[in-house]
Design a protein around this ligand. Structure first.
Ligand SMILES: C[S@@+](CC[C@H](N)C(=O)[O-])C[C@H]1O[C@@H](n2cnc3c(N)ncnc32)[C@H](O)[C@@H]1O
Length: 212
């Protein structure tokens, strides 16, 4: 396994691991290795089908978006939101697939555009993650703000019976937060996809069948 050092925008040095999934994503022409986390989730829970309407929060650079357009096919609708733009690869793949697609480049904390707020979705997925600052307490507080906002959006925009997937960084607070969401769904689980780095604290809350 090759380990490379790089710097986040804040200047804090982190390690970036080029592992099996990194090279697999390169070979399969996805914008990021994170696609395999959503693939693991979809293979296990079968949340998304052809023709579905899906909302993708924290979509950039766009590997989930690329996979989602494969899943929903030409008859589906995908809406993606991120404060950063999608990659050129993602834009090209979306265009090629030909499904209805909307992208909103804005912060999740801004009010949702009217066009988005008027829609109801079969599935809301969130891979939102804050830029890492270094101090763990600051990062986990930022992450909790993001996941709580994602949950509020999911509750407002999901159809009854719809599904919600959201990335959490494991901590006593995030696990408590996820527990408080359980009652909103018929089935709820915390799941660590096998493609997640072993040392990573990332975990996904999967809520299936939103209750009325
Ligand atoms: C791990 S990346 C998502 C990767 C993406 N799922 C993919 O497969 O390519 C997390 C994303 O969350 C976005 N993000 C973080 N805070 C945000 C905010 N307040 N509003 C909108 N997007 C945000 C970042 O810009 C970043 O693109």
């Amino acid at each position: 396994m090759q380990v490379e050092g790089f710097r986040y925008r804040s200047g804090v040095k982190k390690t970036h691991v080029k592992d099996f999934y990194f090279y697999k994503a390169k070979r399969e022409k996805y914008s990021a290795r994170s696609v395999y986390k959503l693939k693991n989730i979809q293979e296990k829970y079968k949340l998304i089908s052809r023709g579905n309407r899906v909302l993708d929060l924290g979509a950039s650079p766009g590997s989930w978006t690329e996979y989602l357009v494969e899943l929903i096919g030409k008859t589906g609708l995908l809406v993606a939101l991120d404060e950063r733009d999608l990659s050129i690869t993602a834009k090209a793949k979306i265009k090629k697939r030909g499904c209805d697609f909307l992208f909103f480049q804005q912060s999740i904390f801004e009010p949702l555009p009217k066009k988005l707020a008027a829609l109801q979705f079969d599935c809301v997925v969130s891979d939102l993650a804050p830029l890492t600052s270094g101090p763990k307490l600051v990062d986990s507080a930022r992450s909790l703000e993001l996941v709580n906002r994602a949950f509020d959006i999911a509750q407002a925009q999901l159809k009854v019976g719809g599904h919600f997937v959201v990335k959490l960084f494991q901590s006593p607070d995030s696990v408590e937060t996820a527990k408080s969401w359980e009652k909103a769904f018929k089935l709820a689980k915390l799941y660590k996809p096998p493609s997640t780095h072993k040392e990573s604290k990332e975990i996904y809350f999967v809520g299936r069948h939103l209750l009325p």
